[in-house]
Design a binder for this molecule. Structure first.
Ligand SMILES: *Cc1c(COP(=O)(O)O)cnc(C)c1O
Length: 469
């Protein structure tokens, strides 16, 4: 039998660290990563034939569950018609229309292949439109790995304990101001000092790459207001939250605009629209706040597991992109027909029921984890943003990156391996969100496997020892 260890050794011989994205290497939990052989619904199987209930869900895209038949069929049909043409296809238009329907702010949409490209292009567009160079980002927010967005970037950068990446010229880092997340005053001061130089503020819809840290009430609206006042653009990065935390992402969830048209045969709600249930707790976010980001970025769920991402915004801004405008952007595989087919099938499947299901699954798991950690006396705080959640081993609520880093991170690895031993696959870092799918809902065996693992996992976190200095 091929073991995970064999596969990891072979991979390490030809791939740096054996992986194509750093967190997959299990650096912060130690040990050998599970090489996945296949997945279905809420489950994955590794190369050794072990079955796991999955709480990674490809870091977000698998909202409907793995290998959903509607999505696989759509991809198969598209594949039979040809894999890529380097010419426009109707599926791009259909997906852009589906996105605009859910987030009307995205009057026009440009497809790219990764979230990194989406945010990189949004920054270039903001600089091109404003004629300014300075960017504001927030510590612990991750926007992909382009040069100007890697400072204090959360996700794998946080897991590796890096302030940033080598290879980013100082002159480029100097154009990015990194401010503490959830700190309105810091943003006000930055604008007061350098407002006329700032091209854009980029911020996650809800921060979910340093663990899950929802924006405080007023934080995003104030960013929007300051941008408007100073002629800068607000880029709301919904690569992770988009179409995962509500039909219209974090923007829809927190503005109370998370509407989908009623499915055929449903009559409830005004004018054929009805609201989706709001997840129980969102860290004190006030719903019904209104603000208008200028540009939004999407990824993860919109590709349904295939490489696809997008940026969207007002038509007058988006029309500044080539070929209409002077801001260049292109991609050989951009808007790939298989990716668009997977994305369309995923969004078509992601009805109000699906969002209700992932909220309920998240409530169940987060609630059980909270209770078990309480029973064991483990200091902790469950960060929550819609169906996204993560545990911080912290006495106090975590509202920013400093708080996330100050937690007892060493409690995570023992808890991770206890879950693993009991057949539950967690994201292998304390700085990552836990992801659930609609396929977890109603699968009693899968849910019980998670719930049964929680008491011993909480005990493992309680018994963990801090590293010797
Ligand atoms: C995942 C992520 C990205 C980067 O997307 P890739 O497809 O991995 O390049 C950007 N922004 C946020 C908020 C993300 O979670």
């Amino acid at each position: 039998m091929t073991t995970n260890a064999d596969l990891f050794a072979a991979a390490q011989a030809v791939i740096p660290g054996g992986v194509d994205s750093p967190v997959r290497a299990y650096g912060s939990v130690g040990g050998v990563p599970s090489f996945v052989a296949r997945a279905k619904g809420p489950r994955v199987w590794d190369a050794e034939g072990h079955e796991f209930v999955d709480l990674i869900c490809s870091w977000g895209p698998m909202l409907l569950g793995h290998a959903d038949e509607r999505v696989v069929d759509a991809v198969r049909t598209a594949a039979e018609a040809g894999l890529s043409f380097g010419a426009p296809t109707e599926s791009e238009t259909l997906l852009a229309e589906a996105i605009r329907k859910r987030v009307p702010l995205a009057e026009k949409v440009r497809f790219v292949s990764t979230g990194t490209e989406a945010t990189m292009t949004a920054i270039r567009l903001a600089r091109g439109v404003t004629g300014r160079d300075l960017i504001i980002k927030f510590a612990g927010n991750y926007h992909g790995h382009s040069d100007c967005l890697l400072s204090e970037a959360g996700s794998g950068v946080a897991t590796g304990g890096l302030p940033a990446s080598a290879g980013v010229p100082a002159g480029i880092s100097a154009l990015t101001l990194v401010l503490p997340y959830n700190n309105v005053k810091a943003v006000q001061e930055a604008f007061a000092q350098r407002g006329s130089e700032i091209a854009a503020v980029i911020v996650e819809g809800a921060a979910a790459n340093m663990g899950v840290v929802a924006p405080r009430a007023g934080f995003l609206p104030e960013i929007s207001r300051l941008c408007r006042e100073h002629g800068a653009l607000m880029i709301q990065d919904e690569v992770l939250t988009g179409f995962r935390v509500s039909p219209s992402g974090w923007w829809g969830l927190s503005t109370g605009r998370e509407y989908l048209e009623s499915p055929v045969g449903t009559t409830s709600g005004p004018a054929g629209l009805f609201p989706v249930g709001v997840a129980a707790q969102n860290n004190g976010v006030t719903f019904g706040e209104f603000w208008t980001p200028d540009l939004l970025t999407f990824g993860k769920v919109i590709g349904g597991g295939m490489p696809l991402a997008a940026l969207g915004g007002r038509a007058e801004l988006m029309n500044q992109l080539a070929p209409l405008g002077p801001v260049y952007q292109a991609g050989t595989l951009s808007g790939n027909p298989l990716s668009c087919a997977a994305g369309l099938a995923t969004l078509r499947g992601a009805d109000n029921n699906v969002y209700g299901k992932v909220d309920a699954v998240a409530d169940t798991i987060a609630g059980a984890l909270d209770a078990a950690l309480n029973r064991e006396g483990v200091p902790h705080f469950i960060g929550r943003a819609g169906s996204l959640f993560s545990v911080f081993f912290s006495e106090t609520p975590v509202t920013d990156y400093a708080g996330a880093k100050a937690q007892e991170t060493w409690r995570f690895a023992p808890m991770f391996w206890e879950f693993h031993r009991q057949g539950v696959m967690l994201p292998p870092s304390v700085f990552e969100a836990w992801f659930v799918s609609a396929a977890h809902f109603g699968d009693d065996a899968a849910m019980n496997q998670i719930l049964d693992a929680i008491p011993a996992a909480a005990k493992a976190a309680a018994a963990a020892e801090p590293p010797q200095a």
